[in-house]
Design a protein around this ligand. Structure first.
Ligand SMILES: Nc1ncnc2c1ncn2[C@@H]1O[C@H](COP(=O)(O)OP(=O)(O)OP(=O)(O)O)[C@@H](O)[C@H]1O
Ligand SMILES: [Mg+2]
Length: 265
């Protein structure tokens, strides 16, 4: 459960005659519990790809499927984490996490137990009764991730989830996400402008062209990570220093730079 497949996907916004072609023949398969990051110039259609998997947007041609079924609408098998935390300010951390569980038909005890587990997973136990405005940006984003995890989705869709965080908090969250991916692996589609973040987190990185977006190349990070033993290091800066890491990062930068006229960061 949780595989994702883009099959000959085009997306045109507006009419087919004078519309904007956002995506051109996207083909990509993401395996069960695989972590794939997409990088590409601004406006190349990354968010559009993610929204199609979420079921918020339909392809103009081709199909997007999840777990072998064509996506036609949003569903509980997919959870989305956006750049902006999208928490309800008048609800506490616990209540925010509880929201998604409301319509899940669980007993009160089951719900409480799932919420406690999510709080624990994201180290939020001591802030369960706080309100969003009492939390730092990093903690708010932890709540957003806890809220996605509590739904127990097969697929986690993350659109620049750390884009609004300061550099140090961002690093903490990246390390956190790696930890989470170990203890509770999911299929993840992760969009970012930060090349290093993509290399650090993902099993594979898909690079897109500028608009109309196509998949330009897909790099296998996992095999390098395993061969070079990146997991020996718990700190991102140590991994980022490794020659094998630098090599992949440079390769992606060069590929993005070829997309003339694009703004990468
Ligand atoms: N609802 C819409 N109506 C019309 N055009 C749209 C719509 N949504 C997106 N677009 C256009 O489609 C293209 C791709 O947009 P998208 O948001 O997917 O890009 P992106 O790669 O996520 O960009 P960024 O890196 O800036 O977030 C853009 O040119 C955008 O203006
Ligand atoms: Mg976007």
């Amino acid at each position: 459960m949780g595989s994702i497949r883009f099959d000959k996907v085009d997306k045109i916004f507006g009419s087919s005659r004078d519309g904007v072609k956002a995506l051109d023949n996207i083909n990509l398969e993401i395996g069960e519990k695989e972590f794939v990051a997409i990088v590409g110039p601004s406006g190349c259609g990354k968010t559009t790809c993610l929204r199609m998997v979420a079921g918020f947007e339909a392809p103009s041609a081709g199909t997007v499927s999840v777990s072998g079924k064509t996506v036609t609408e949003p569903g509980p098998d997919r959870a989305v984490v956006f750049q902006q935390f999208a928490l309800f300010p008048w609800k506490s951390v616990r209540e925010n996490i509880d929201l998604g569980l409301r319509n899940k038909n669980l007993s009160k005890a089951d719900r409480a137990q799932k919420i406690e587990a999510a709080l624990k997973l994201m180290n939020l136990e001591s802030h369960a009764d706080a309100f969003p405005h009492q939390l730092s940006g990093g903690m708010q984003q932890r709540v957003a991730i806890a809220r996605a995890y509590v739904l127990d989705p097969d697929v986690l869709l993350m659109d620049e989830p750390f884009g609004a965080l300061d550099a140090q908090t961002r690093v903490v969250m990246q390390e956190e996400l790696v930890r989470l991916a170990r203890v509770n692996p999911r299929t993840v589609l992760f969009i970012t402008h930060a090349v290093e973040e993509a290399v650090y987190l993902a099993d594979r990185v898909a690079i897109m062209t500028r608009r109309p977006g196509r998949i330009k190349e897909v790099l296998d990070i996992k095999s390098v990570r395993e061969a070079e033993g990146w997991d020996r290091f718990s700190k991102i800066e140590d991994v980022m220093d490794l020659e094998s890491f630098v090599h992949l990062r440079t390769q992606i930068w060069k590929s993005l730079r070829e997309e003339k006229g694009s703004q990468v960061v």
